[in-house]
Write a protein that binds this ligand. Structure first.
Ligand code: SME
Length: 165
């Protein structure tokens, strides 16, 4: 049994340090990307407070063979399965290869509402060899929930996962 339960009083920096250690330990030596994404989504859910969705979209193939985002392992309500690159917050992160920190999702052009409760969102691309292979998506019911510390924490997590998903 794994029992990764952070102390609720932890400062964000320490919370993210523990999340990184837990993710590194849990994915070490495991080559199945679905298993690793599933466990990391569960860890994000445990370590990052005030979320209503946490998980992955992978870059996959559309019916016409072009690239699009395809839903991966997550914790939260059932979500949209396919997102065109460039559309919504996740699509923007994939198109630009850059973190998107959105304080108010209703003000983001093209935001895709998978859960009406979401008010703010953080999406971090996962790059391997300079190519975006997936994005990590965090949604919160709280407005302006995410800070630069959260972005940095999830970016470090993304770097750690590049060869493990
Ligand atoms: N809101 C995202 C879609 C994914 S869900 O939040 C899980 C977006 O605009 O890309």
């Amino acid at each position: 049994m794994y029992d990764f339960r952070p102390d609720p009083a932890l400062e964000p920096a320490e919370r993210y340090r523990q999340l990184h250690d837990a993710a590194a330990a849990l994915t070490e030596g495991e080559c199945d990307s679905v298993a690793n994404m599933a466990n990391v989504a569960a860890l994000i859910w445990e370590y990052v407070p005030a979320l209503n969705w946490a998980g992955f979209y992978r870059v996959g193939a559309a019916r016409d063979g072009s690239a699009e985002l395809v839903l991966g392992p997550f914790v939260g309500r059932p979500a949209c399965i396919r997102i065109p690159i460039g559309r919504g917050v996740c699509g923007a992160a994939a198109a630009e290869g850059k973190t998107q920190l959105v304080e108010d999702v209703h003000a983001f052009p093209g935001h895709i509402a998978c859960d009406a409760a979401s008010r703010s969102e953080l999406v971090v691309p996962v790059l391997r060899g300079g190519e975006v292979i997936a994005v990590i998506d965090l949604d919160s019911p709280d407005p302006a929930r995410f800070t630069a510390d959260d972005a940095a924490g999830i970016e470090t997590l993304s770097g750690l996962l590049a060869d493990r998903i």
